[in-house]
Write a protein that binds this ligand. Structure first.
Ligand code: ADP
Length: 242
């Protein structure tokens, strides 16, 4: 295929929670060099899909594969070693450690198996990538929400993933902070990491994404070029119809 081999993919994935079908036959592929915007109304299954792609949840039916290999029953920490990393909506850094050591710990848990001093120097590089180089010595408690989200990204890229899943990393930010976070996401992307961004702000997705995938009631209702997808009547209906 023109886009090469999928880095991560799910095929015909259904996920039930008791009687609730959160995802219903979803197929999605993420290719090298992409920034995929994942959107949909509340409850459409976005977080469930992110949790499936990083191995935190198992599908009820269907398969998730990383680098062409089904991840089956791999534990989430094993999936991290296969190249998919994610951030959480609510950052939970180690509050007693400096910002630098939070990232250094993530480096050490990642694939490189570095010493603490090597990990700290690598951490400083990751912090520079996310515009937090000047705050390496403070504790997370003195960071604002935006900076905590950036720290979350630094911890995720410390695992040296090939795909990074960002779950609402821009939620609650002001316009200047959103611009800064978008610049950081572009910078991470420029290091060769494909990105899946779960985001409500369509304006941001339109400028950031190379492709947009829309979920509605657990199914993919659009997948393609940002401008085309965002003007698709079915997409407009899914957003405005409720
Ligand atoms: P989104 O991220 O798009 O808001 P979610 O993936 O969080 O959607 O949820 C999709 C559907 O699955 C919702 O109906 C939600 O209530 C349900 N759901 C998600 N996680 C669970 C869970 N752990 N237990 C029960 N229902 C869940």
């Amino acid at each position: 295929a023109a886009r090469g081999r999928a880095l991560v993919s799910c095929v015909g994935v259904t996920r039930d929670f008791g009687g609730v079908r959160a995802l219903d036959g979803v197929s999605l592929q993420v290719f090298p060099a992409e920034i995929v915007g994942l959107v949909g109304p509340n409850g459409s299954g976005k977080t469930t899909l992110v949790n499936l792609l990083c191995g935190a949840l198992q599908p009820t039916r269907g398969t998730v594969a990383i680098g062409g290999r089904p991840i089956g029953g791999l534990a989430p920490h094993r999936v991290a070693h296969t190249g998919v990393a994610r951030t959480y909506q609510i950052p939970r850094p180690f509050e007693s450690m400096t910002v630098r050591d939070n990232v250094a710990m993530a480096v050490m848990f990642g694939r490189t198996g570095a010493s603490l001093s090597q990990a700290r120097s690598k951490a400083q590089q990751h912090l520079a990538t996310v515009h937090l180089g000047h705050l390496a010595d403070v504790r997370p408690g003195s960071l604002n929400l935006h900076q905590r989200q950036l720290l979350e990204m630094a911890r995720a890229i410390a695992a040296e993933p090939v795909v990074l899943l960002l779950d609402e990393a821009l939620a609650g930010l002001n316009p200047a902070e959103i611009d800064d976070a978008v610049a950081v996401i572009r910078r991470i992307h420029a290091t060769g990491i494909s990105i899946v961004v779960v985001e409500h702000l369509l304006r941001v997705l339109n400028q950031l994404s190379t492709r947009i995938v829309v979920l509605d009631r657990g199914a993919v209702i659009a997948d393609g070029d940002p401008a085309q997808v965002l003007s698709d009547p079915a997409v407009v209906r899914a957003y405005l119809g409720r």
